[in-house]
Design a protein around this ligand. Structure first.
Ligand SMILES: NC(=O)c1ccc[n+]([C@@H]2O[C@H](COP(=O)([O-])OP(=O)(O)OC[C@H]3O[C@@H](n4cnc5c(N)ncnc54)[C@H](OP(=O)(O)O)[C@@H]3O)[C@@H](O)[C@H]2O)c1
Length: 276
């Protein structure tokens, strides 16, 4: 379904942003903000009714072109349709890899099939979509890729190890893509939200009312901060974090370990103890 209201359009289009998980929460807020910046939109999620309502509102309010692309990104043929769109549509200048779910609890207690679905959505889908978008962006030497990770990438002990692991993957993939695609003129950002007031908590069976309110950011504030980070060229944006030097110190410490992590010989401290 395509809607447009050219009469509202005064700004030149910045191209088209394809947003996954656009039907609610962070994705829907990005859709609003990117439309107001002048991006046309392709809105991807399963709930076509919600997507259509958002598309209609944003077209009415901003005049950008909006299109609903209904897809269950856990379904391989639906995912392939979205990849195909990224391959074939040169008007797409921005991909927001945002769709995600959370599975709470320990691995021993987890519904392992739910964990598999989470890995498919949080890991496999953004990887395939990033690859599809990156080919066109690299060829055109332009484009923006935003991957929504989480501060839980840094805190595997805090919520759920499997969810944390999916977000650590997104963070690592993004860092590697910055190195690979940055020199080709492609902007790549990882966003690491803390707890944000969206439906993900209730969907995961953790009522949002149980969270300490001073840990919880409103979704408009989170997305606006992330876009400031993007505008400033940040590789990694952590909306809650004022002391950004702490993040840089962690990142620098990680990189400083590099020369010592793969050597011909084991470290002397692992020398076998005689008669041990
Ligand atoms: N809220 C937080 O505290 C927080 C913190 C850090 C990171 N994040 C990350 O932020 C991202 C967005 O989450 P949110 O907080 O905005 O939650 P949300 O409101 O639940 O939004 C999740 C979005 O993903 C879509 N989605 C879910 N399953 C899908 C599937 N199988 N195929 C396609 N789309 C699917 C949902 O749409 P449909 O149901 O219509 O498909 C919805 O649009 C996620 O990656 C999440 O991990 C959230």
């Amino acid at each position: 379904m395509t809607a447009s209201a050219a009469t509202h359009s005064s700004r030149p289009s910045l191209g088209t942003a394809l947003i996954t998980g656009a039907s609610s929460g962070i994705g829907a807020m990005y859709a609003d903000r990117l439309a107001r910046r002048g991006y046309d939109l392709i809105l991807v999620a399963r709930d076509a009714t919600r997507l259509a309502a958002l598309a209609y509102r944003l077209t009415q309010e901003t005049g950008v072109r909006t299109e609903v692309l209904q897809a269950d990104l856990i379904d391989r043929s639906d995912l392939a349709r979205v990849e195909q769109r990224l391959h074939s549509d040169a008007s797409i200048t921005l991909l927001l890899n945002n769709a995600g779910i959370a599975v709470t609890g320990t691995l021993l207690d987890a519904d392992i099939d739910a964990v598999e679905r989470m890995v498919a959505l949080n890991v496999l889908a953004p990887t395939r979509l990033a690859a599809a978008a990156a080919k066109g962006f690299a060829a055109r030497k332009a484009g923006t890729l935003i991957n929504i990770a989480s501060v839980l990438a840094l805190l595997p002990e805090m919520f759920s190890g499997t969810y944390s692991g999916t977000k650590a993957y997104v963070l690592n993939l993004t860092r590697s893509l910055q190195q690979e695609l940055g020199p080709m003129g492609v902007r790549v950002q990882a966003v690491m939200p803390g707890a944000t007031r969206t439906e993900i908590w209730d969907r995961a069976g953790t009522p949002i009312s149980h969270l300490p309110q001073d840990m919880l950011m409103d979704v408009d504030a989170m997305v606006d901060a992330a876009l400031v980070g993007l505008d400033r060229g940040e590789a990694v944006t952590i909306p809650s974090l004022e002391a950004v030097h702490e993040w840089h110190a962690l990142d620098d410490a990680r990189r400083a370990l590099g020369p010592f992590l793969s050597l011909r010989q084991p470290a002397p401290r692992y020398a076998a103890t005689p008669n041990a």
